[in-house]
Design a protein around this ligand. Structure first.
Ligand code: COA
Length: 378
């Protein structure tokens, strides 16, 4: 590649890996209720004596009404649904085998490279941006880099559900500064590993997936691409979405198996606090960029809750958003953490016309939020 660089970052292409297996709400609830029955039978005496509370049933109707989620893809369906296990069981791999998180990241990345017509040797950097890494080090990004045959550098970054948009801004900044021409932002999200499948309030939330976004200098991008008009990031500390898993837990072996080492949230508070924060952030960023928010052709929002997205989209567009204006993927994918808005973008951008503007937006634990305004060039 010999083109004179512009320092203007664009999205050249995206890629998606979707696990073959999927769990419906009915299958999930049947498994949870079987677990509740077993638990209640095992503690029948204490429950009868008023010393323990019986576990209530989960419900398909509640899940769909409260979240909009109908199904979720997972990497290990049988073990998750087995009421004795209720977590993924992914066989451990030897150090000389590609790790599972890298494997699904590579699958998404290969698709992005193929769609952009980009050879791996022409990519300069790989960011693995996701809410959970399968190990501390070496970085997942470096393993992905090696598997793809990329000569350059890679590192991991974790900003929970906002990891992908934070990754896109980081990649865009490398391009703006001239430090890289082509950067892969890969988000393999095996969220089933940090979800507490025994917790009725949250057992329905997450799904597994991997996405990839190729951010490049406009000078080398394929003819059809998305110009990055502006990126904005925001964080505000909150304990309302928290996961205490970490290597210091081994100092307290008795607590390592407890529920706070998995995803825990105050769902109502998250809903109430994050919606206004994100809507205001989008409106401020549109003003900064001189864009009319109501003219945004499509919103690819973080996929956590259909109600949250309805409220945010309404505040941005000034009217109830149609499915065409704010597409949903959480109905079949569940909440896929940082990958959600990228899946929405990947699946729903082909039909837009040159000159159309859109917004990729994520939000989640931290709290964290990221916006990426884009314009189609074709
Ligand atoms: N099945 C049946 N009933 C359930 C249930 C289940 N699986 N889980 C909870 N309930 C019950 C609760 O016990 C409660 O009963 P009560 O009113 O008798 O006490 C009732 O349903 C309402 O629970 P609540 O937690 O207030 O539900 P909600 O309407 O707020 O929906 C979330 C819960 C999590 C779906 C919703 O708050 C949400 O999506 N928040 C956004 C946060 C998010 O997605 N974060 C992820 C990171 S971005």
């Amino acid at each position: 590649m010999t083109a004179t660089l512009t320092g203007r970052p664009v999205i050249s292409a995206t890629g998606l890996f979707t696990p073959a297996e999927s769990i419906t709400n009915a299958e999930l609830v049947a498994s949870f209720n079987a677990f509740a029955d077993r638990h209640n039978a095992a503690h029948a005496e204490a429950i009868a004596a008023g010393e323990a509370e019986a576990l209530p049933y989960s419900s398909v109707e509640f899940i769909e009404k409260a979240s909009g989620i109908k199904a979720r893809h997972v990497m290990s369906k049988a073990a998750i649904l087995d009421p004795e296990t209720m977590c993924p069981r992914l066989p451990e791999r030897a150090n000389d085998e590609l790790s599972v998180m890298a494997e699904i990241g590579v699958a998404a990345a290969r698709q992005a490279l193929e769609r952009a017509g980009r050879k791996p040797e022409d990519v300069d950097a790989v960011l693995c941006a996701a809410s959970n890494m399968q190990r501390a080090y070496p970085a997942m990004a470096i393993e992905i880099q090696q598997a793809l045959g990329i000569d350059g550098f890679g590192f991991d970054m974790n900003v929970a559900c906002s990891s992908a948009t934070f990754g896109i801004q980081t990649a865009a900044d490398y391009v703006r500064a001239g430090n890289a021409r082509s950067v892969l932002v890969v988000s393999p999200e095996i969220t089933s590993g940090h979800l507490n499948w025994r917790d009725r309030d949250s057992h329905f939330i997450f799904g597994d997936v991997a996405t990839a976004v190729l951010v490049e200098d406009a000078a080398i991008a394929p003819a059809e691409h998305w110009e990055i008009l502006g990126t904005r990031l925001k964080t505000v500390f909150s304990n309302n979405i928290r996961n205490n898993f970490g290597f210091l837990n081994r100092a307290h072996p008795e607590s390592t198996g407890s529920a706070d080492k998995l995803f825990v949230q105050e769902g109502r508070k998250v809903f109430k606090e994050v919606v206004p924060m994100v809507a205001q952030m989008i409106l401020d960023e549109a003003t900064r960029l001189g864009l009319d928010p109501a003219a945004t052709r499509r919103l690819w929002l973080h996929q956590a809750n259909a109600g949250m997205n309805r409220l945010i989209a309404h505040k941005v567009l000034g009217h109830e958003a149609s499915e065409d204006e704010s597409p949903t993927v959480l109905d079949t994918y569940g909440n896929t953490s940082s990958a959600g808005s990228i899946i929405a973008f990947h699946k729903h951008n082909d039909d837009l016309a040159a000159g159309d503007t859109g917004l990729i937006c994520s939000f989640g634990a931290g709290y964290s939020a990221g916006t990426v305004f884009v314009r189609k060039v074709a």
